[in-house]
Write a protein that binds this ligand. Structure first.
Ligand code: ZN
Length: 86
């Protein structure tokens, strides 16, 4: 799990760092620290999120292991599966 704020000291650096990690395949999902929800990087639910609450994951496994649950909006199927087991 990567905290957005750990990607750099200012928004420009963080944006560049994030873009390169996505290109490298090291970040595929985003997460909301407060509610422990993860979802797609382009999920509408994540847009207004404060930077200090945003985290990133390389895959679903990593998100689940960190105790995050799938977003009901952009990961409906994964969310339904998660609900069955929780
Ligand atoms: Zn979502």
């Amino acid at each position: 799990m990567i905290f957005h704020l750990n990607l750099g000291p200012d928004p420009d650096t963080r944006r560049r760092q994030l873009a390169s990690l996505i290109r490298a395949g090291k970040i595929k999902l985003g997460g909301y620290k407060k509610n422990k929800i993860y979802g797609l990087l382009n999920c509408a639910s994540g847009k207004g999120m404060k930077v200090e609450n945003r985290v990133f994951f390389k895959d679903e496994n990593e998100a689940l292991q960190a105790g995050y649950r799938p977003c009901a909006r952009c990961l409906r199927e994964a969310y339904k599966m998660w609900k069955l087991t929780h």
